[in-house]
Write a protein that binds this ligand. Sequence first.
Ligand SMILES: [Zn+2]
Ligand SMILES: [Zn+2]
Length: 444
Amino acid sequence: MVSRMVKFISWGLLIFICLRPELAAGQAALNPKLVQAIDLEIEKNRAEMIKIRRFLHMNPELGNRELETAKLIASKLSSLGLEVKTGVAGTGVVGLLRGALPGPTVALRADMDALPIQELNTFPYRSLNPGVMHACGHDLHTTIALGAAMVLSTVKDKIRGQVKFIFQPAEEGLPPGEEGGAALMIKEGVLDNPPVRAIFALHVWPELETGTAGYASGYLMASSDNFILIVEGKSAHAARPQEGIDAVVLAAEVITNLQTIISRALDPVEPAVLTIGKIQGGTKANIIAEKVEMEGTVRTLNESVREKIPVLMENVIRGITKSYGASYSFRYERGTPPLYNHPDLVQAMLPVLEGALGPDRVVAVKPQMVAEDFALLAEKVPAFMYLLGVKGPGQTSVAPLHSPYFNPDERAIPVGIRAMCHLVLSALEQQAALKGTTGSDHLR
Ligand SMILES: [Zn+2]
Ligand SMILES: [Zn+2]
């Protein structure tokens, strides 16, 4: 954590020094001719973008199984003249767009996987794959990144540096025993050759209206850790409790006391969630249960709180099971870290986002307790993930993410493409201007 902090502080200083002078000079906005060219291209490709999104929606694939999705992405990127690498972290695809002018590299990341959910929408382009659905909007993420590649490839003579398009598998979790997702992409060097200076991503957000974006400087999403807890007592006849150790009563006490960690042992201004989502125990109404198994998740926005929680949990579990003369096994697995948007990058890019969407269309949002493995990429390079509104105009309620009725407004696709094109081009221009377009690695 200390080394991470030092890294962020030094990165922050560099970005601050690099980006602010450009902004102070009022160069946050892109050249109006370039903006016009981008808008024309978006308009030209609008129908194709919707077609691609609907194809992806109809043909969703689970994590580490995104074979057809990857094929479509690779062939599209190749047809645009990008350098394409397939088979990155399994089914991942990376496309590199080289601008005509020398400069650094920034990346745009989109996730490709769907969820094991049976779609209940009835529109004609609903999922054709039984039990699998793009219920988290990754079909839109992929389409927007492809759209940005289509648009930016037509203005590459104006691009100062490289744009790396990262299409990531398995954001929603891995099949048992498999590696994958952002972690494996990093391990396979996705942020190197050429080195990535800053990385952007978006997540569709059903609570925000189409045409708007939500941002948070610093933490946007929570860490996500999982645990399995088994408490073991002694079975006996239900009418003779004195001869047994009741694992159900024990579990009840453990669960209640685990919740006091959040309410009594942690700083109340540091958000944390501890949820036991699954519990199973006992065999019959007239037998005292010998064993209760529980599974749960812990979410936090702070690394030191995150480190404390499993220690406090084990203290509670150990104390209570000991007082019952029972035993336990507790497995706590650290998952995704909190997602940290680099404040200096956010500060520098906010005027750009406002320029792309309109000043009153970009709103600050509170951190969310959901998790995203983009957090791992954000640990390595300054990152900015924002939330893209997909609630259609006039819609009062929209099905949430991971719902079998999730139905994001497709009109958000051109909005997302525009935002991404502006962010990527501005980030490159601001960095390249300072460095004298040498493309050297002094920022790393
Ligand atoms: Zn999701
Ligand atoms: Zn998602």
